[in-house]
Design a protein around this ligand. Structure first.
Ligand code: HEM
Ligand code: HEM
Length: 192
């Protein structure tokens, strides 16, 4: 009889995110983001009639959501220049007295990597509510609405490729979508 224990079968998420703490953090933040979106999607229509949709307060609120998410997306994007800098050979030679630049960049890289996905998830939840609030205010066939919807579609592709990025099967599409997303949301927010 074969008494050797077969290794416990790993779940899809365990194979995707190998580090236990990172996995826990992503599950926790994903749940919070999901609940935030569900609460917003339920709450906003229920109180739609009492909300002053045309008021400056409503407009201010959904713009505020867009602005906060934009800061989050910039923080998520920071992973690119920081990782690039780490690969830059002359970095280890940059010193001023006792101060060395490389350990500082390594420190930043650690935190930017740890918080990349959680920040992206929370920002996405906020931007979904931003788009939703803009749409229920009343769709208008103008540049702002079209550019917002296109930016949102690119964000969806970026997130899918983000999941593939864990296993490095994204064929650089995560980066390509990230750059397109940056350009599009800048255009959308600047010319709205
Ligand atoms: C369904 C998708 C979207 C729709 C319908 C939409 C709609 C709008 C509208 C109507 C405005 C206000 C324009 C104005 O009157 O000044 C706006 C502003 C803005 N949107 Fe979107 N948007 C969408 C997606 C996005 C996405 C994906 C981002 C990504 C960051 C974004 C970021 C912003 C920002 C930063 C502003 C400027 C806020 C401010 O003035 O402070 N939006 N959007
Ligand atoms: C569900 C959301 C996301 C997931 C799961 C995800 C996942 C990842 C992973 C695993 C990496 C590689 C990190 C490493 O090399 O150790 C990465 C890198 C990167 N991510 Fe994301 N990401 C997400 C959202 C975003 C968003 C919203 C942006 C842009 C605003 C973004 C921009 C980038 C960039 C520029 C890089 C560096 C280039 C590259 O390695 O492809 N990501 N992401």
């Amino acid at each position: 009889m074969n008494s050797a224990k077969s290794p416990a079968k790993k779940s899809w998420l365990q194979t995707l995110i190998k580090n236990k703490n990172e996995r826990k953090k992503v599950i926790f933040i994903f749940t919070i983001s999901f609940l935030l979106v569900v609460a917003g999607l339920i709450y906003i229509p229920i109180y739609k009639h009492s909300l002053p949709l045309d008021s400056k307060i409503y407009e201010g609120n959904f713009k505020e959501l867009g602005s906060i998410a934009r800061i989050g997306f910039f923080a998520a994007l920071a992973i690119y220049p920081i990782f690039l800098l780490l690969k830059w050979k002359p970095l280890s030679h940059i010193k001023k007295g006792n101060f060395e630049l490389k350990p500082l960049i390594q420190f930043l890289a650690k935190y930017v990597r740890q918080w990349h996905v959680p920040i992206a998830l929370i920002s996405t939840a906020m931007i979904i509510l931003h788009g939703y609030m803009a749409l229920i205010k009343g769709f208008q066939a103008n540049f702002t609405y079209f550019s917002g919807i296109i930016t949102m579609a690119v964000l969806a592709c970026l997130l899918v490729m983000g999941v593939k990025r864990y296993k490095r099967t994204d064929k650089k599409w995560h980066l390509k979508f990230a750059i397109s997303f940056l350009v599009l949301f800048m255009i959308h927010a600047t010319f709205s």
